[in-house]
Design a protein around this ligand. Structure first.
Ligand code: ATP
Ligand code: MG
Length: 349
């Protein structure tokens, strides 16, 4: 996806599985008749809006994140579409928590192990609320040029905005993935924009003060700081203070606690029968339990289980399919792979 200033935006990769896509938005036209002096004016306002039944389902009807504002044509292709439904763990409503946090505080933080659906939910919410996503992966060596902007030739007119400055000017969700891998100099520059000052000073462009758009939201996500997430460090304290709401994510099924919704999800995306899908989820839940105890280096995500299920649905026997997918994903250490295989076998004998 290309943004207006030619920068590469990350692709929405959540539409690629075989699955039921939900159409969450529809186009609404409202005619407004008004009078200026003796002249009658008729205005046609066009806006895409989430379907009311979905807003109701998640309890977010009252939180309109961009009332009376439609994003410019140039960024509309950054509003995700056809994102598969996000399955909420029982007893939780992460979608409402996040949308409400954005409505009142403009920003929130998501924290949880790899594969618990943090990125997925951000895309899902962006589609529901009709917001473009400006995604920055803080773990990659993103330069300050890419984030803030630079001159591409001589002359003042040759300035191009970076991702963060484009977001300031246009609005939408600034999604800072792997925020605890962010370089300190970038975190320090972001601080004024995340607090009540709400602006950033472009020292590289004659100290231009760029104000944060009134519908500019921030979501950061990260894995908990620990040794197995290489590169993570405790989040910069000033940055941490600026996040008003923290939401902790967990797997849908862990150990003996199995989520019927996860079994359905695997079934739907792979076309497998319920019994096999349930075995896959139970095996996955056991691997996650052992991961949380520190006995395995990785716990499989629903996406990993889906890949395994797709191979089984294609005709592979479950153990060979697991070798090609989930066993390799867990580790490349042969001993660990054998342990994972033994755990999995217990569910398929
Ligand atoms: N609750 C869920 N409902 C539907 N799909 C899910 C859910 N949780 C995870 N998935 C799927 O599992 C895979 C991993 O999810 P995602 O990439 O969002 O995880 P993450 O928390 O961002 O991981 P990381 O910390 O590694 O970035 C994706 O294919 C996603 O669609
Ligand atoms: Mg992610």
């Amino acid at each position: 996806m290309e943004s207006s200033n030619g920068k590469k935006q990350s692709k929405v990769s959540y539409g690629s599985h075989r699955l039921k896509k939900i159409e969450s938005r529809r186009f609404v036209e409202t005619q407004i008749n008004t009078k200026v002096g003796n002249t009658k004016l008729s205005l046609l306002i066009k806006k895409t809006q989430a379907k009311p039944e979905l807003l109701k389902k998640y309890g977010i009807e009252k939180y309109d994140l961009h009332p009376d504002y439609e994003f410019p044509e140039s960024v509309r292709n950054m509003i995700p579409s056809n994102v598969p439904e996000y399955i909420t763990p029982p007893g939780k409503n992460y979608i409402k928590q996040i949308v409400r946090a954005l409505f009142y505080f403009k920003q929130c933080a998501l924290i949880g192990p790899s594969g618990t659906g943090k990125t997925h939910i951000v895309y899902f919410i962006a589609e529901l609320t009709g917001l473009p996503i400006w995604e920055v992966n803080c773990g990659l060596q993103t330069s300050t040029y890419d984030l803030f902007g630079r001159y591409i030739g001589l002359g003042k007119e040759n300035w191009i905005d970076g991702q963060i400055i484009s977001w300031c000017r246009t609005g939408g969700i600034l999604y800072l993935d792997e925020a605890n891998m962010m370089k300190q100099d970038i975190a320090a520059r972001l601080n004024p924009i995340l607090d009540t000052r709400g602006h950033i000073v472009l020292t590289e462009k004659d100290n231009e003060v760029v104000k944060r758009h009134k519908y500019g939201y921030v979501i950061i996500s990260m894995n908990p700081f620990s040794s197995e997430f290489v590169g993570t460090k405790p989040l910069n304290a000033a940055f941490r203070r600026r996040m008003s709401v923290w939401i902790t994510f967990d797997y849908l099924s862990v150990g003996k606690q199995i989520s019927p919704a996860e079994i359905k999800l695997i079934q739907k995306r792979s076309g497998l029968d319920e019994d096999t899908a349930a075995r896959i989820v139970r095996a996955g839940a056991e691997l996650r339990r052992q991961y949380q105890l520190g006995d395995l280096p990785y716990g499989p995500s629903p996406g990993d289980l889906m890949n395994w299920a797709i191979l089984v649905a294609d005709g592979s026997d479950p153990i060979s399919a697991a070798e090609e997918s989930i066993i390799g994903t867990t580790s490349d250490d042969i001993e660990i792979q054998e342990t994972v295989k033994r755990i999995i076998k217990a569910y398929f004998t």
